[in-house]
Ligand binder design. Structure first.
Ligand code: PRP
Ligand code: URA
Length: 217
């Protein structure tokens, strides 16, 4: 394939080889998995991935009174914002919020035009102080990369500069486009698949993530 990124282009890409994540991802890929199970599995995988994606978040010492004595623990230094790209990103956001219920949620609505494959923005609702803490941008599919590049541009225009991107399945083309447009943004993915087909779908992939999540196939 022509547009495969160089080895260097994968430097900031973290792919999860954890058996639980791969087990669940295989059920997500399976065409016979219905929307109810699909939704649950996407949330579970995102909840597992978030442990690694948040590993470098800063904490600060705080005093806490246990039932036995006073001690020092740690709490996150800044408020985290989870930003799903609608619609499909909502499925991952639900799983992340199970683990981090205190996170704020910003929404970016982007729909890919299926003839040009370019995204069209239809909604932006972010906390006004989104720039004050880390942002987890979530979208199950990093295909051409158009939606992720647009989402990151919207976040950067809103002032956010500490952003991590979480996807379930990424394509080599999408990783390259995102890396070229927004170098330095870490990409966390449960899998990097072979390529895009002529319709811009990731293969082998999992199909249309939004349709499979919400039963609109
Ligand atoms: C899908 C997916 C991504 C985008 C990826 O969303 O959830 O947002 O396509 O494709 P790209 O990398 O080529 O931009 P879609 O636009 O189909 O909207 P939906 O989630 O509402 O179905
Ligand atoms: N969007 C999806 O939902 N799936 C793909 O494979 C590509 C874009």
């Amino acid at each position: 394939m022509e547009d495969r990124p160089s080895r260097e282009a994968y430097e900031n890409v973290i792919v999860f080889d954890h058996p639980l994540i791969q087990h669940k991802l295989t059920w997500i890929r399976d065409r016979t998995t219905g929307h109810r199970a699909f939704r649950a599995l996407v949330a579970q995988v995102a909840g597992l991935m978030v442990f690694e994606a948040t590993r470098a978040l800063l904490t600060q010492p705080v005093e806490v009174e246990t039932p036995l004595e006073r001690t020092v623990g740690r709490r996150l230094s800044a408020r985290i914002t989870v930003v799903p790209v609608l619609r499909a990103g909502l499925g991952m956001a639900h799983g992340i919020l199970e683990v981090m219920p205190e996170a704020r949620v910003g929404h970016l609505g982007l729909a890919r035009d299926e003839s040009t494959l370019e995204p069209r923005a239809y909604l932006q609702k972010l906390p006004s102080d989104v720039a004050d803490g880390p942002v987890l941008l979530v979208d199950p599919m990093l295909a051409t990369g158009g939606s992720a590049v647009a989402a990151l541009t919207m976040l950067k225009e809103a002032g956010a500069d500490d952003v991590r991107m979480m996807a379930l399945v990424a394509s080599p083309e999408g990783i390259k486009r995102l890396r070229d447009a927004h170098p330095g943004v870490p990409i966390y993915a449960a899998a990097v698949d072979r390529e895009l087909d002529e319709r811009g779908y990731i293969v082998p992939g999992l199909g249309d993530a939004g349709d499979r999540l919400y039963g609109t196939v």
